[in-house]
Design a protein. Structure first.
Ligand SMILES: [Zn+2]
Length: 213
C-alpha cells in the first residue's frame, strides 16, 4: 500500500486495515473511528466531476425534496426567523437551499464544482448545511474545521451522510461502491468530533447529524 496512512479527519497515524474490495483499500482510524480510502485511490478532479455530472438531481424532484426534508424540517425548527446560512456542497441542483429560502432563510451556495464562489467562505452564518457532502471530502478535518469557524455562536451545522454501522454491514454496503465516496463516518466519529470541539451533538434518524456551536 502506498501513500500517506494518517487519518484525514484527526491526523492520527494509528490506523488499521479495515477492508479491501476489488477496487480500493479501506482503513479505520483507531482514534476517531473514521473509515477512509487512502489518497492513492482518489479520482482526479476531472473524473470526479464526471461522476457528479451523472447524478443530476432536479431542484423540483419531489422524492429528492422529501429526502432533504429530513434535514430541513428539524433545522428550521432550531433557527431564528430569516436566518442566514450556507449550503456547502450544494451540487448542480440546490434543492435544499430552495426549500430553506421558501421558509424565509437567506442561503448562500458553495460547491467546488458547480458554485465555486470562494467569497461566501469568508462570511459568518447562523447555519451551514452539508448534505451528502462529507463522504466526498479529501481533507475532512480541515474542511469541517473551516466550516465550523464560519458559524455564529449557537449556530447549527446540519449534516447528512450515511453512517458505518458495523464491519459486517460495511462489507456489503452499497455506499462504498461510489468511487467519489472516500470518508465513512460512524456515530462514534461524530461523538469524537463533538467532544473535540466541545459542541452539542444530536443524531436524528439514520443519517442526519445536527451540531450546535
Ligand atoms: Zn481519525
Amino acid at each position: 500500500m502506498s501513500g500517506e496512512k494518517h487519518c484525514p479527519l484527526c491526523e492520527c497515524h494509528d490506523v488499521a486495515r479495515y477492508h479491501e474490495d476489488a477496487r480500493r483499500d479501506y482503513l479505520r482510524c483507531c482514534n476517531c473511528a473514521l473509515v477512509f480510502v487512502p489518497p492513492a485511490f482518489y479520482l482526479d478532479r476531472r473524473a470526479e466531476q464526471a461522476e457528479y455530472d451523472l447524478h443530476q438531481n432536479s431542484i423540483n424532484d419531489a422524492g429528492y425534496r422529501q429526502f432533504l426534508s429530513r434535514l430541513a424540517t428539524p433545522l428550521l425548527q432550531r433557527l431564528p426567523d430569516a436566518a442566514r446560512g450556507l449550503d456547502f456542497g450544494c451540487g448542480n441542483a440546490p434543492a435544499l437551499a430552495d426549500m430553506l429560502r421558501q421558509a424565509g432563510c437567506h442561503v448562500a451556495l458553495y460547491d467546488t464544482f458547480y458554485a465555486p464562489e470562494e467569497s461566501v467562505l469568508d462570511a459568518r452564518y447562523d447555519f451551514i448545511c452539508a448534505t451528502e457532502v462529507v463522504e466526498h471530502l479529501h481533507q475532512p478535518g480541515r474542511e469541517l474545521q473551516r466550516l465550523w469557524s464560519m458559524l455564529e455562536p449557537e449556530g447549527w451545522m446540519g449534516v447528512m451522510t450515511k453512517l458505518v454501522k458495523s464491519h459486517d454491514a460495511f462489507v456489503s454496503w452499497h455506499y462504498k461502491r461510489d468511487p467519489t465516496h472516500v470518508c465513512f463516518f460512524s456515530e462514534d466519529t461524530w461523538v469524537w468530533w463533538a467532544q473535540e470541539f466541545g459542541v452539542r451533538l444530536e443524531r436524528l434518524g439514520a443519517d442526519v447529524i445536527m451540531l450546535q456551536r
